[in-house]
Design a protein around this ligand. Sequence first.
Ligand SMILES: Cc1cc2nc3c(=O)[nH]c(=O)nc-3n(C[C@H](O)[C@H](O)[C@H](O)COP(=O)(O)OP(=O)(O)OC[C@H]3O[C@@H](n4cnc5c(N)ncnc54)[C@H](O)[C@@H]3O)c2cc1C
Length: 167
Amino acid sequence: MDGHSWLYVVGDANGRALLTHQGKYQARLVGDALAGVEVDAAWADHTATPRVVFTDPQVASVGLTEAQARDAGIEVVTVRHDVGATAGGALLGTGTSGTAQLVIDTRARTIVGATFVGPGVGEMLHAATIAIVSEVTVDRLWHAVPPFPTISEVWLRLLEAFRDTER
Ligand SMILES: Cc1cc2nc3c(=O)[nH]c(=O)nc-3n(C[C@H](O)[C@H](O)[C@H](O)COP(=O)(O)OP(=O)(O)OC[C@H]3O[C@@H](n4cnc5c(N)ncnc54)[C@H](O)[C@@H]3O)c2cc1C
């Protein structure tokens, strides 16, 4: 969308984020723009591009890495917890282990990046994408209750780990 207001480049050809879902996202927004639908100008594809490596275990991440956040001048802390060390992990049994990690902007108190490693964790990523795009504070996230017994309870452990960094 840069350069010429009449020229739209969607998908890999614009070099923004070479992923199918990002091209589809851009196509939806360009379609809205062409149809005269008012579009939120704050595109998310530079701040919250979700990516999943479909290996076993999967590696799923969204937003900034800790290094990218620091390079951008954001003060962050990084917290981690094993996705297997949850009630949902115990239910699924051995082989569920993997790291969940949040990169948290300590001034805004929002998540700027998230990574999950483990079997099927690609399905867990969207919660992090919503938190990043919506700029939900970690204080508010305490009220997003993960069901028992699921691996999503790792969110509680991560919030506890962040609270520990503030003590
Ligand atoms: C091996 C591999 C695995 C991938 N896995 C994933 C994944 O798991 N998840 C994910 O999100 N993304 C994945 N990607 C990336 C994803 O495929 C691309 O980001 C996506 O296809 C881009 O869509 P596009 O429409 O922009 O381009 P394309 O899908 O490349 O479509 C462009 C089309 O334009 C046609 N074309 C080119 N030149 C011309 C011309 N001159 N005239 C007419 N037609 C032309 C091409 O033939 C092609 O059909 C993967 C890519 C590769 C290579």
